[in-house]
Design a protein around this ligand. Structure first.
Ligand SMILES: [Zn+2]
Length: 166
């Protein structure tokens, strides 16, 4: 029993060392860590049976300090732009909440892989946002756009490579 526990603790330490290689980390307790990723304040909550169960990765709201699962946050953010761009983009190949790394978790996965997934979601969201605002700017009625027709707009937008199949 004691050796089992230390094995798990060793694995947690190795995983956290990998995370520390990328981001500043603050330890709240042996099972709770704050990670300061470039654009996010994240909190890792480690389940007692790690690595046999995925960690909980939460995004901490900078103003309210409320915590939400990164899956919920990006499902909402990405879903918002897909909703407003429907008709322009094919629907995404899959749903985030049904396909994230925790769904088919295996002990071979590391904590850093979960954070990397969040970073990919963030890039996906940024690409959609850029596309959305470029389209808004191009289609808004003003002197600049008077001579731009729909085909030209579509042509310009094809230069913004939005990852639609993630
Ligand atoms: Zn889903």
């Amino acid at each position: 029993m004691a050796s089992m526990l230390s094995k798990c603790q060793l694995r947690i330490q190795r995983d956290m060392d990998m995370v520390r290689g990328y981001y500043p980390v603050h330890e709240e307790s042996p099972f709770e860590y704050h990670v300061f990723e470039d654009h996010h304040h994240l909190k890792i909550v480690i389940p007692t049976n790690y690595p046999f169960h995925c960690i909980m990765l939460n995004v901490v709201n900078k103003v309210t300090h409320e915590e939400s699962s990164y899956v919920e946050v990006y499902k909402r953010l990405i879903g918002y732009y897909y909703h407003h761009l429907r008709g322009d983009l094919p629907s995404p190949g899959h749903c985030i909440c049904c396909n994230h790394i925790g769904i088919n978790w295996s002990p071979h996965n590391r904590m850093i892989n979960v954070i990397k997934e969040l970073v990919r979601y963030h890039e996906w969201w940024k690409a959609l946002r850029t596309y959305y605002y470029a389209k808004e700017l191009l289609t808004h009625n003003n002197d600049l756009n008077n001579n731009i027709n729909n085909d030209t707009i579509q042509y310009i937008l094809t230069f913004l490579n939005v990852d639609i199949c993630f």
